[in-house]
Design a protein around this ligand. Structure first.
Ligand code: FAD
Ligand code: SIN
Length: 520
């Protein structure tokens, strides 16, 4: 297969890029499961953007800077905040049905919500299924374009990079390895939450893009900053993931309580339950350790029942299926791995350090989130930097020659799926136990040793077995575990999402990104 633009991933970043570049050449879009399988599809809270008269770009920037704890990259942050409202309005024009309310003069405006760390109402949402609205709308637009081909069940295994130029990718299609030669390639593969035992992320989120870019010599930044969402449902999981209870629930007045009914967030931050996520997740962790409990409660039983059902239909219905009527009983919640602030280093135009390779969305590091992402800034970042990358790629496409890629065979013995499953489990448990919300030098060293050992076993399998979808994911999870641990060991301070009990304070010496690459 050959193409002008190759897009890896069908979340908000991949689809936005596709819609913008398809006027300028042929696009192949690949996705490793069905086209809707993405984190985007599960986003609940919404997209942060300035629409309210009482809000301003300055406020949005300063809230993001506070959450980012000294590490935000200000130029891309300004671009993100300033381009946000135009691109959110564009989504609405494409057909995304965001929730709206009537104004006094009988016009309509967005029903703006508030979430942790935001000083103003600026979360544009479609009740509590914002992601699904965006995903299905963008997909139907992409599906209608003649020069776009979408391949489902097509897993990228490795980038093809020659003399630091990306000329395409090898994919697993059925049980064959096929080359796709492209002039320009976008990584839009999402985050890496599945590297942790407990996560809100769906099964596709195994850090493939970040791991592939790292193997190909690309620069990776700040992988230690893993965001744990404070409130996922404690108890049964759904499709092997923790069900998220949106921060918007706290925005509407939800209160966190310990099991004996006492509130506690006022002890940790002046914003109480609406403090930035790192603070709330650590506070819950501390309270759980104090009382040796498994969960705390998120209580909205004091709110109007009809309002709860209307505003949070997905959360209401899902919790009911899981055995809790949230209008009657508090919801048992625990923190779970949710988002990675680091990733493949990109510039303002989404360019990575490998020529011809762009990255956008959660797999990319733009620097806007610093050490901790402000709620609902992720969909926004994906949207804005997918457009930036598309603009740059469209300008360049005419000047680039395609390079042929050699075919390779998929040979080797069949690998036992039980063995793969066990190794995945060990990686996820190690990361949860030793590189979680609270870290220490000793825990990180144990993790490093265990991951090194596991990675050795994974590499042997990869070399001797026929490549399968699960083996690709296993290899990538092992690489991601190694990267997070490596970055966490390098950062000898506590900042934002990275908390190490041996260095409980921030240090000016570490007011910089953690940079890793295989290039010498
Ligand atoms: P994704 O949407 O994750 O898409 C990744 C795509 O890459 C998928 O199509 C996948 O199949 C494909 N892919 C991956 N690896 C390969 C491979 N090897 N080969 C081929 N294809 C591959 N953020 C907000 O701003 N607001 C919210 O309200 C919000 N709520 C969230 C709720 C949940 C439950 C979760 C999990 C996240 C939430 N986030 C939210 C975060 C946000 O949804 C994600 O950061 C964002 O959607 C990422 O978009 P993306 O396009 O980068 O990746
Ligand atoms: C949520 O709805 O709480 C998730 C928002 C986000 O991850 O930004």
């Amino acid at each position: 297969m050959t193409t002008d633009f190759l897009v890896i991933g069908t979340g908000i970043a991949g689809l936005t890029f596709t819609l913008k570049v398809c006027k300028f050449g042929k696009v192949i879009v690949i996705t490793k499961k069905s086209d809707v399988d993405s984190s985007t599809n599960y986003a609940q809270g919404g997209i942060a953007a300035v629409f309210d008269k009482r809000d301003s770009f300055k406020f949005h920037i300063s809230d993001t800077l506070v959450a980012g704890d000294g590490l935000c990259n200000e130029k891309p942050l300004q671009t993100m905040v300033e381009e946000g409202p135009r691109l959110v309005s564009e989504l609405m024009e494409l057909g995304v049905d965001f929730s709206r309310v009537k104004t006094e003069n009988n016009k309509e405006r967005f029903d703006l919500a508030i979430e942790g760390g935001h000083s103003k109402r600026r979360i544009v949402h479609a009740r509590d299924f914002t992601g699904r609205e965006i995903e299905t709308t963008l997909l139907s637009r992409v599906r209608s374009k003649k020069n776009v081909q979408v391949y489902e069940d097509c897993t990228a295994c490795d980038l093809v990079v020659e003399n630091n130029r990306c000329c395409g990718v090898y994919v697993l299609l059925g049980n064959r390895i096929e080359p796709i030669a492209s002039k320009l390639t976008l990584l839009a593969t999402g985050g890496c939450g599945r590297v942790y035992l407990h996560t809100t992320n769906p099964s596709i989120v195994t850090g493939d893009g970040i791991a592939m870019a790292y193997r190909a010599g690309g620069e990776i930044r700040n992988m230690e900053f893993i965001q744990f969402h404070p409130t996922s449902f404690y108890g049964k999981e759904i499709d092997d993931r923790k069900f998220l209870i949106s921060e918007a629930v706290r925005g509407e007045g939800g209160v966190l309580r310990t099991k004996d009914g006492k509130t506690f967030m006022e002890k940790y931050h002046p914003l109480g339950c609406l403090a930035p996520r790192d603070i709330v997740a650590r506070a819950i962790d501390t309270e759980l350790k104090k009382m040796e409990g498994n969960y705390v409660y998120l209580d909205i039983t004091h709110l109007d029942k009809e309002r709860i059902k209307q505003r949070f239909p997905t959360i209401y219905e899902t919790c009911l299926d899981l055995g809790v009527d949230i209008t009657e009983r508090p919801i048992p919640v625990v923190p779970a791995a949710h988002y990675v602030c680091g990733g493949v280093a990109t510039d303002l135009d989404g360019r990575t350090t490998i020529e011809g390779l762009y990255a956008a969305g959660e797999c990319a590091y733009t620097g806007v989130h610093g050490a901790n992402r402000l709620a609902s800034n992720s969909l926004l970042e994906s949207l804005v930097f997918a457009e930036q990358a598309a603009r740059d790629a469209s300008k360049k496409i005419g000047k680039i020659e395609r390079i042929k890629i050699a075919k390779i065979k998929n040979e080797g013995r069949k690998c036992d799926e039980e063995v793969i499953g066990q190794l995945v489990k060990e990686i996820r448990e190690t990361m949860w136990d030793y590189v979680g919300i609270v870290r220490s030098n000793q825990r990180l060293k144990v993790a490093q040793r265990k991951i090194k050992d596991l990675k050795g076993k994974v590499e042997k399998l990869y070399e001797s077995c026929e490549i399968t979808h699960s083996l690709i994911e296993l290899q990538n999870l092992a690489t991601i575990a190694e990267l997070i641990t490596m970055c966490a060991i390098k950062r000898k301070e506590s900042r934002g999402l990275h908390y190490n009990t041996d260095y409980p304070k921030k240090s000016n010496r570490f007011k910089k990104d953690t940079v890793v690459t295989t290039k010498v």
